[in-house]
Ligand binder design. Structure first.
Ligand code: NAP
Length: 335
């Protein structure tokens, strides 16, 4: 039987395939016609061309499958994209997968990717957990709340063996989004220019190294205890912003940046950029919610439940994760 992965050509999916291939699994990926499958460099992976929006290709993909990792999504939160943009892939795609799974024989586990975006940020500075209310602040987050509702409905109504995973921001090898952040820090450290990260840097931020997440996804799949449950998976503890900056500059071999934008200026500029973005329909490079994570305990979560239920044990430290990511980015000539 096959393990099916949707979103296998994405940042997290590629790392998941690498790990599952090493376990000797038979892997199938549902990919789009335009997906770049050359980046999945494992000869035994079988591709089914289709789309999660298309129930016919989903049915084909689910043949001879006993485990599903459903990662495919429109995964980038936007201030201007309408809910429909996320709904048509994230919500309807999930419904197609689960509708097909109901009538498939022998499904042992379905691992569904949600996100911390479903709860939204911490409002009181305390770590979010699986009992925190769902208060998303983006259309992406609203779509993930819907995904979780559908998961719960299908688990209760049809006894589908689903586990829902909510990572915070994920970083690591293959993620080009973080490269810009590294570059900005490098420039500020080397040139002495002010870094647009205001505040005391004593506040906390949770993220997850991609290979820690992959270990957690597979751990959640293999455990009986996780059926019908939801889990936050992070690096195991939140980091101070100063710790993150220290590790990045240590890996870059530059000094710690000396000058930072003041909070009032960063807030003012982000407000103006958001306004212009709304009018001219683009996502601003800096938004007020960015200033919030830079200056308060905003995206923070607790993964104690995963540690307890299936011994989730994120082994790769911040220092090692950043070193591996930078190594990769430097080899690609990106930093
Ligand atoms: N990255 C993070 O920080 C983070 C944090 C929390 C949760 N998550 C969740 O983790 C999952 C994976 O995220 P990621 O960062 O790996 O995303 P990503 O790099 O943007 O990859 C998205 C994947 O979904 C596929 N996809 C998009 N629309 C599809 C469709 N209609 N039919 C079939 N496949 C489709 C893409 O295929 P193409 O190659 O054809 O584009 C790609 O393989 C998502 O569910 C995301 O919401 C991510």
């Amino acid at each position: 039987m096959y393990t099916l992965i949707t979103g296998g050509t994405g940042f997290i999916g590629k790392r998941l395939i690498k790990k599952l291939s090493a376990e000797g699994r038979q892997i199938k990926c549902l990919v789009r016609e335009k997906s770049d499958t050359s980046i999945i460099d494992f000869p035994d992976v079988k591709f089914v061309i289709g789309d999660v929006k298309d129930p016919v290709s989903v049915k084909l993909a689910l043949e001879d499958v006993d485990v599903i990792y459903h990662l495919a999504a429109r995964a980038h939160p936007s201030l201007i994209k309408p809910y429909k943009h996320y709904e048509e892939v994230n919500v309807l795609g999930t419904r197609n997968i689960l509708d097909t799974a109901i009538s498939s024989e022998g499904i042992k586990k379905i691992v569904l990717m949600s996100s911390i975006a479903a709860t939204g940020p911490s409002r009181d500075g305390k770590l979010l957990n699986e009992n925190s209310p769902l208060k998303p602040i983006t259309n992406y987050g609203i779509s993930k709340v819907e995904v979780e509702k559908i998961a719960s409905e299908y688990h209760k109504k049809y006894s589908l063996p689903i586990v829902v995973i909510r990572p915070p921001m994920v970083y690591g090898i293959g993620d080009k989004d973080w490269v810009g952040f590294f570059k900005m820090i490098k420039e500020a450290s080397v040139s002495g220019k002010s870094l647009p990260i205001p505040g005391s840097h004593e506040n906390l931020f949770d993220f997850c190294f991609v290979d820690n997440l992959v270990e957690g996804l597979i751990g959640a799949e293999k455990s009986e205890k996780t059926i019908g449950q939801t889990y936050f998976l992070s690096d195991g503890r939140p980091y101070k912003i100063s710790e993150i900056l220290s590790e990045i500059t240590k890996s870059l071999n530059t000094g710690y940046p000396k000058k930072f934008w003041p909070k009032w200026w960063t807030m003012t500029l982000s407000t103006i950029l958001e306004g212009i973005g709304y009018v001219f329909r683009f996502d601003p490079p800096l938004a007020r919610r960015d200033v919030k994570w830079m200056t308060s305990n905003y995206w923070v979560c607790d993964c104690t439940k995963a540690k307890k239920d299936f011994r989730y044990n994120p082994k790769i430290s911040l220092e090692e994760g950043i070193r591996r990511t930078l190594d990769w980015a430097q080899k690609q000539g990106l930093v």
